[in-house]
Design a binder for this molecule. Sequence first.
Ligand code: AHR
Length: 503
Amino acid sequence: MKAHVTAHKDYTVSRIDDRLYGAFLEHLGRAVYTGIYEPGHPTADENGFRGDVLELVRALNVPVVRYPGGNFVSAYNWEDGIGPREDRPVRLDLAWHTSETNEVGIHEFADWCQAAGTEMMLAVNLGSRGLDAARNFLEYCNHPGGSYWSDLRAKNGRREPWDVKLWCLGNEMDGPWQVGHKDAHEYGKLAAETAKAMRAFDKSLELVVCGSSHSDMPTYPEWERVVLEHTYEVVDHVSLHMYFRNPEKNTANYLALNHKLDRYIGTVASAINYVKGKKRSKRDVYISFDEWNVWYHSNKKDRAILDGGNGWPLAPGLLEDIYNFEDVLQVGCILNTFIRRSDVVKIGCIAQLVNVIAPIMTERGGPAWRQTIYYPYYFASIHGRGTALNLLVDCPGYDSDHDDNVPYVDVSGVHNEEEGTLTFFLVNRHGTEAIDVEVRLQGFAGGTVIDHQVMTHTDLEAVNTTANQQNVRPHSGSGARVADGALAASLPAYSYQMIRVRL
Ligand code: AHR
């Protein structure tokens, strides 16, 4: 099978916001406790942060981490996580039916972000709380000093403000499962008033308002219209979430799901434009896709804890999906979609970062290792920065439950002018046929392949484990070359590839 792709230097989508490659870390399961934080672990530093995890996170060059939830934030008192550790209360976490010791709070998370080389994206609780708790939290984090909350921060050991610019106005407020769930009008009004108060403190904040939890929600996309009509002039991004699943083991349908994702983004972009037009507004609002990943492998196992059958355990294993090779292809397709829609999607957060539906897994007292999906996320984060190209793709396709004529090759391209490189991320969705791809490079002078990484496996269900951490990993590819103004490569059946060209 053959595929023809055209890349033209001037035919671009957008400059990619580096924050497209962000991540999410929630007080959930073992994400925080025994994930990033485990005092006594052989690699732990003086703050109790696991050095092995920090190393894997630093390698990803994660630009931003959303915290502390997720569903958790909707019943969270941020004040529980400040002050002397011995005075911090143990609380029942209603979202995940567990106990929260509050050993890690905003100070510890900020220290961890500094060690990891990333920025904070904080969420305020608009479920069980509201505007008042949000404005106090903001003052605690960002005011230099001389006020009640900023002086308390200094007393708790941090004189300099953190000056966090990116804030989420609650989490998934459209979801009936959310503590303090609201309808679109109730939430829209609360979000607008909270945003107004936060902006009264600092006009330069970037605020993210809750959109839909997923595109099958009965309130979608009316939710976006109503919420934006309340908030358009005071927010910068609409938050969207989507999780991908394949319980039926139908690979063709599974790998077409990014077409549903693409439609979701397009529909919400239309809702944004509709409200912009209706309000005769000059400002732009973008999409923050701040929860996305594969999530289904652990569903059955988690039921007992979530139903309360185990009482209120401390940091139990929850949402510990073990990813397989098929999920590599899925994550490659998802990231390609974000790159192709980087004109409207400015922030993306893989959900989550450690242990909980995560690219990085740990064992209590033991090693940390890379799940299969670590790699496509790694390649996109490291090499997917620059300008997204608007590629013309001519490739045979197949019909799926989510779309017809889904091309067998899913591809995105990024031009990094500073580095003088072109990077292509390609997935072959065909299960039995290799595909010869030719990418015509128009408007670019010359080029040499400088890096070619391939992921294939004989078993779609192959996973990495503590005992076999290298089972699914990239290998250097061969055969990709640039000649006569075109890049040529062969994609084996069910494969992921990254090809980089120096111009
Ligand atoms: O990431 C796991 C959960 O998924 C988050 O807490 C919630 O926002 C979403 O439903």
